[in-house]
Design a protein around this ligand. Structure first.
Ligand SMILES: Cc1cc2nc3c(=O)[nH]c(=O)nc-3n(C[C@H](O)[C@H](O)[C@H](O)COP(=O)(O)O)c2cc1C
Length: 402
């Protein structure tokens, strides 16, 4: 049975939810599930904006057939060729013999790499700013390469001022009946999932996101329809503000996120003492994560949020504790920059973890390392407490600085 929602009189959401998938991209935990959004526009001509993942094909096809109500599908616009949005192209070509697929040159290169179906006479290749009239509605194609794949474009509908934004402005999380951002409590789960989606999926491509935002800056946008998560119509300014922060690697808040690794609890104990002393000194909202039990995608999202990071870990086989190393590698891979970092190391005979963490941070841009670096030799002792307090003071002074 179909399950659709009206986006406007002419535009219908024909996507669906997957709450069974545990790992998005076989990497990222999605305990709240995920949506695959697709939008059908009915005018003199009919146009579908992107398709969905194979896991929800049945629901998707029922949605489309119901919404079309016997009409033909004229156009399928492919904004993004990632397979979680492309599983149904062939089926649509078979069901609608007159259907034309709209994409750019790179779209069709990727389509031919992924699939074998015959595109002869079935494609319309567009270039930047080309338009396609559906009647009252006109689609304009805005190229946004590397947000986050090379072929990505956004489709701007000029009559209703709707931006179909591909993966940009997307979020993890299944839609629980709600479709619009004003139907959900955004701070309750959604904000964290939107940040985690951005940081891990799009985060590396800040300059390209900036280029896309600049391209769209003069355009009136009343609604943003992404390929995952809610449709944005009320809180658009808030989302754009977040995207400006994230894409320039500017922290959202002056606050501290502590990431620690610990086998026997000694580094953890020192972290607990440091955070207690920070709290006693009035620092609010300190976030603490065990790198061994927290998924790296959650920690990456927190790095995007916070201005100050504390990295605390044991030395392990003359190297950095592996789970901490994983976080640092991910931070580098995702282009993270512009943070203030405090370091704490442990080691029972030759602690060298801080030196190695510092070297990795120096490979990133604009990472300020606070002094002193705290070195523990096994358990924290009275004589190291002064070091810990000095680090606390340095963190507070830096947090309070403009
Ligand atoms: C497999 C393994 C490798 C280690 N390698 C080193 C090392 O290279 N240098 C060092 O000083 N300590 C090394 N240690 C010791 C720990 O870093 C040290 O005991 C530390 O205090 C553990 O902190 P924790 O109590 O927070 O787990 C190693 C420990 C283990 C289990």
């Amino acid at each position: 049975m179909y399950c659709t929602r009206a986006v406007s009189d002419a535009v219908t959401w024909v996507g669906g939810n997957d709450r069974r998938l545990s790992l998005f991209e076989n990497l990222f935990p999605i305990p709240r599930g995920v949506t695959y959004n697709s939008y059908l526009i009915l005018d003199e001509k009919t146009a579908l904006i992107d398709t969905v993942d194979a896991s929800i094909s049945r629901q998707f096809l029922e949605n489309i057939m119901h919404t079309l109500a016997g009409r033909h599908l004229d156009y399928l616009v492919v904004n993004h060729m990632e397979p979680d949005h492309c599983a149904n192209i062939e089926e649509l070509l078979l069901r609608f013999p007159e259907l034309k697929v709209v994409g750019n040159a790179k779209t069709f290169t990727l389509m031919r790499q992924f699939y074998d179906f015959d595109l002869e006479g079935r494609i319309i290749t567009v270039v930047e700013n080309d338009t396609l009239s559906l009647g009252a509605h006109t689609l304009r194609f805005v190229f946004t390469p590397m947000v986050h794949w090379p072929e990505v474009m956004m489709t701007y509908e000029e009559h209703e001022h709707i931006l179909f934004s591909a993966d940009a402005f997307g979020s993890f999380g299944a839609l629980n009946g709600h479709l619009f951002d004003d139907e959900i409590d955004f701070e309750c789960g959604w904000m964290a999932d939107t940040r985690r989606y951005y940081g891990n999926i799009v985060g590396k491509y800040g300059p390209q996101v900036q280029a896309a935002l600049n391209k769209l800056s003069g355009v009136e946008i009343r609604m943003v329809c992404p390929l995952h998560g809610p449709v944005w119509r009320s809180g658009l300014d808030r989302l754009l503000d977040k995207y400006r922060h994230w894409s320039t690697y500017t922290p959202e808040e002056r606050s501290v996120a502590v990431f620690y690794g610990s086998m026997y609890g000694d580094t953890e104990n020192a972290v607990n003492i440091l955070t207690s002393r920070l709290a006693e000194a009035g620092v609010k909202n300190i976030a603490v994560y065990d790198v061994s039990s927290t998924h790296v995608s959650t920690m990456i999202a927190e790095v995007f949020r916070c201005s100050h990071l504390v990295l605390a870990a044991p030395t392990y086989n003359n190297g950095v504790y592996p789970a901490m190393l994983n976080l640092l590698h991910d931070m580098k891979a995702l282009n993270l920059q512009n943070r203030t970092v405090a370091l704490m190391e442990n080691g029972s005979w030759a602690p060298s973890c801080a030196r190695q963490m510092r070297a990795l941070l120096e490979e990133m841009k604009s990472m300020e390392i606070l002094e002193p670096v705290v070195t523990l030799k096994s358990a924290l002792k009275d004589d190291s407490l002064a070091q810990l307090d000095a680090l606390r003071d340095a963190l507070i002074a830096s947090l309070m600085a403009e």
